[in-house]
Design a protein around this ligand. Structure first.
Ligand code: DGJ
Length: 555
């Protein structure tokens, strides 16, 4: 018989081993982690860049349809595929779950050495509710719908409805519990998007009786507390409305934010964020993966909320989402507009790492991926409809750039956390940009024919990484990079060397030493010298490549 002390020892031992093993499993899970200046996605305990692609909406509903796609996606140098998982197919009858599609997707992804981001098409997809199970669609009395301002009913589930929130959370929790069981060790699934592009379409808010009642009630105290907590950091419009209406600490939505459409949009944002936070919380309680939402962002032709999904995580309601949905880790933009730099900036906050789940492929996509990752420390990029472009020039442009980003991932993620990296997107309208890095003014210019001055392409892009001292790695396409000292000391900098090369299994393999025509960008030496330039630059041609640059200073 065991002595009391021995028993106590065994209990403590078992407790500690289970604690350590759960800590160990937790440590290995894909997670977001603050490293230095930025938040990074950690997969297999290393910083990971999602070189992704999102499938068309219906592709992942059939494994046979998917079969030929995997190798094509692999050949495009994707490391992650974003795939829809619908509530409709997951819970065809209430309480009966079918995870065969998810299991099949995980199996195929593993066979092709790919990761997955699951897109939970639950209560909403593009604002609408077409992916809910039949038993939800057919029971509007139980699962409240959004009513428009003209009194007409929609198919859209209302975020005010308690029953749909509970049912969605239950289904999502079941999915996450299943993932933990089948993937908790291998971590093929690295992140989950909770719903898709939510918000009311067709009206600024839900005008159902239920919603009207809530709208005329008090703004939740948690929102007021949050506004106070983040007061210094609020979006100017939120702060302005709150202050203009007396910075009230209690009152209805109209009293706190005024009699305007924004008050109604904030109301919807609160309820979507609150609902989705509850769904995410139920999922994370089962299996704690990073979770994000994506925004159908405001389009130039939109006149008011409701033209774009009202209440979705648009930039101007980030504060509301941040306060209402602490268990949503990232608010992401879907970017189909030309001003990629401005939109990515609007979605990058110290508390919100950048991830772009939907955007363009092709040359533009390559430029976007480089820019988001190099300029805003994005955790990844993913063009939409990736299965539609296999074998096209669009695929080849993307895959060449992904191949370079893949080689540079350890270097890039290290430089992101130390703030030693920047990036450029150039167009014919903005063909020259200067930024500061590593004690230099680094100028990127769109490649030109040296004699005629004609641009060699419509777009150029690049990343510059400072390796310490006077050494840089530059990568990109259709740009020239020049360096002018920005610290005291000799005012000009020339190249000691510019090597092209590749990183093979993490080690640098030099190719040609570039010199002569391959580094000359301007023979007008008098004017160049006047600006402390030497006429030389690191020249990146149309196929994305990597150059290692060493400088020396003189005057
Ligand atoms: C954005 C949505 O999130 C996607 O599911 C898809 O519908 C695309 N729009 C189509 O452009």
């Amino acid at each position: 018989m065991l002595h009391f002390q021995e028993k106590r020892f065994i209990v403590v031992f078992v407790f500690l081993t289970s604690l350590f093993s759960s800590v160990a499993i937790g440590q290995h899970l894909p997670r977001l982690e603050k490293r230095g200046a930025v938040t990074q996605l950690i997969v297999d305990d290393k910083p990971f860049l999602i070189l992704g692609g999102e499938l068309y909406n219906s592709s992942s509903s059939n494994l046979e349809y998917m079969e030929p796609l995997w190798q094509q996606l692999k050949d495009m140098h994707l490391n992650t595929v974003l795939v829809a998982v619908s509530w409709q197919l997951t819970e065809p009858e209430e309480g009966r779950f079918d995870f065969s599609l998810v299991d099949g997707l995980i199996r195929e992804a593993r066979e092709h050495d790919m990761r997955l981001v699951l897109l939970w098409f639950g209560s909403w997809k593009n604002g609408l509710s077409h992916y809910v199970p039949d038993w939800v669609k057919q029971d509007p009395a139980r699962f409240h719908r959004v009513i428009l301002d003209n009194g007409k009913a929609t198919e859209t589930v209302s975020p005010l409805g308690l029953e749909s929130g509970k049912a969605d959370a239950r289904a999502f929790a079941a999915l996450m519990a299943h993932l933990k069981k089948v993937d908790g060790r291998e971590n093929t699934v690295i992140m989950v998007q909770v719903q898709n592009e939510v918000g009311v379409l067709g009206a600024v808010r839900d005008y159902s009786e239920l919603a009207n009642t809530f709208f005329h009630q008090q703004v939740p105290k948690a929102l007021i507390d949050g506004l106070k907590m983040y007061e210094e950091d609020l979006h100017p419009q939120v702060r302005e409305l709150w202050e203009r209406n007396g910075r009230r600490e209690a009152g209805s939505w109209n009293e706190v934010f005024g009699n305007n459409l924004l008050a109604e949009e904030y109301f919807m944002a609160w309820h979507y964020a609150d609902y989705i936070n509850a769904v995410a919380t139920a999922g994370k309680a089962q299996y704690n993966l990073p979770m994000f939402v994506n925004a159908w962002i405001v389009q130039p032709e939109d006149k008011r909320a409701g033209d774009y999904p009202s209440g979705g995580p648009q930039e101007h309601v980030h504060d509301i989402w941040r306060i209402a949905a602490p268990n949503i880790d990232i608010l992401s933009p879907d970017i189909y507009l030309p001003d990629f730099p401005a939109i990515t900036e609007a979605y990058t906050h110290s508390w919100n790492p950048l991830f772009i789940p939907e955007s363009f492929a092709g040359e533009l996509g390559a430029a976007n991926a480089f820019y988001a990752i190099g300029k805003h420390a994005a955790i990844g990029y993913s063009p939409f409809g990736i299965d539609g472009i296999a074998d096209s020039p669009q695929a080849s442009a993307l895959s060449k750039s992904y191949s370079v980003l893949e080689q540079l991932t350890p270097l890039i993620t290290g430089a992101q956390s130390d703030n030693r990296i920047t990036a450029f997107i150039l167009t014919k309208n903005q063909s020259l940009i200067t930024q500061k890095l590593g004690g230099y003014k680094v100028t990127a210019s769109l490649s030109q024919n040296m004699r005629s001055g004609e641009f060699l392409s419509d777009n150029g892009y690049g990343i510059v990484i400072w390796e310490g001292d006077d050494a840089f790695v530059v990568t990109g396409s259709n740009i020239n990079i020049t360096f002018v000292p920005d610290t005291t000391g000799p005012r000009m900098a020339g190249f000691l060397s510019v090597y092209e090369g590749e990183y093979l299994n993490g080690s640098w393999e030099s190719g040609r030493l570039l010199n002569g025509d391959n580094i000359m960008v301007n023979y007008d030496l008098s004017n160049e010298a006047h600006h402390n330039r030497t006429g030389t630059g690191a020249k990146l041609g149309s196929d994305p490549s990597i150059l290692k640059v060493k400088l020396y200073r003189f005057e």
